[in-house]
Ligand binder design. Structure first.
Ligand code: NAP
Length: 251
């Protein structure tokens, strides 16, 4: 992290899934741009290390151990941010899991987990944060995927959740734009993170590993830069959607 700048000075951000990958890189980028950043995930030790890194670089971080599939945790998470800093300007709904498998081989609990986290939790966090985002004329950034626009075989369950995020976000944008609340959907292609580690289908895991080995994938910081771009625009500019693939990725 470079020295703290003032692009987002006075802004308060909440990033879910901040303990690794895209969420971690986004928290670092927003803090470096001057925002106070609440970092939420289940792994408290990882949040501790990230907060220390942000603070060492001159930024401000608030650690919140939370499972965003728990309504109680979501309420407590949003309340904690507002109790600590009095406002919420930027919500980055990033927590997610990608449990790839062909539909015929799908483990129902994997599908349930993806729907509950990627879609329902994102919706629940948004609802809980919305009154504060309206008050602040804030910004919601929903991390979807290329899989929310292009449905490839072997990813039906994951694609269902990410298409859902796109539909939710577009409807939401049209509900809140008149309150000057902005909504951005980020749609990354392959990014080198821990996302594939949780895949339970061995062939799907091998397939992903082979795709990653054969290309120069994106880094989490590439996506963080896109999120920073979206939330740094002037108030009248609503960046609705950013699709970012590695140059090596066709679909
Ligand atoms: N990597 C890619 O190629 C790629 C491409 C397109 C879209 N995306 C999307 O980008 C987002 C971030 O993924 P990533 O690639 O950065 O993967 P990652 O490194 O595995 O990060 C996932 C994050 O979600 C958090 N999380 C998981 N379950 C949670 C829960 N129940 N409550 C709260 N937090 C939870 C994890 O933290 P804890 O385990 O500590 O809770 C972790 O911080 C996801 O929505 C993913 O679908 C990724």
């Amino acid at each position: 992290m470079t020295a703290v700048s003032s692009a987002l000075a006075g802004k308060v951000a909440l990033v879910t899934g901040a303990s690794s990958g895209i969420g971690e890189a986004t928290a670092v980028a927003l803090a470096a741009a001057g925002a106070k950043v609440a970092i939420a995930a289940r792994r408290a030790d990882r949040l501790e290390a990230l907060a220390a890194r942000i603070e060492k670089a001159g930024g401000t971080a608030l650690r919140i151990a939370a499972d965003v599939t728990s309504n109680d945790d979501v309420t407590a998470m949003v309340d904690k941010v507002v109790a600590e800093w009095g406002r919420l300007d930027i919500l980055v709904n990033n927590a997610g899991v990608m449990l790839l498998s062909p539909a015929a081989e799908a483990v129902l609990d994997d599908w349930r987990r993806m729907v509950e986290l990627n879609l329902l939790a994102l919706m629940g966090v948004t609802k809980a944060a919305l009154p504060h985002l309206r008050a602040a004329k804030g910004h919601i950034v929903n991390v979807s995927s290329v899989a929310g626009r292009v449905a490839n075989p072997g990813a039906s369950g994951y694609a269902a959740t990410k298409f859902g995020v796109v539909g939710f976000s577009e409807s939401l944008r049209r509900e809140v734009y008149s309150d000057k609340v902005r909504v951005t959907v980020i749609e990354p292609g392959l990014v080198r993170t821990e996302l594939g580690d949780h895949i339970t289908n061995p062939a799907a895991k091998t397939g992903l590993d082979q795709r990653l080995a054969a290309m120069e994938a994106l880094a989490a910081e590439d996506i963080a830069a896109a999120i920073l771009y979206a939330v740094s625009q002037p108030a009248h500019v609503n960046v609705n959607e950013i699709v970012i693939r590695p140059t090596d990725q066709e679909r």
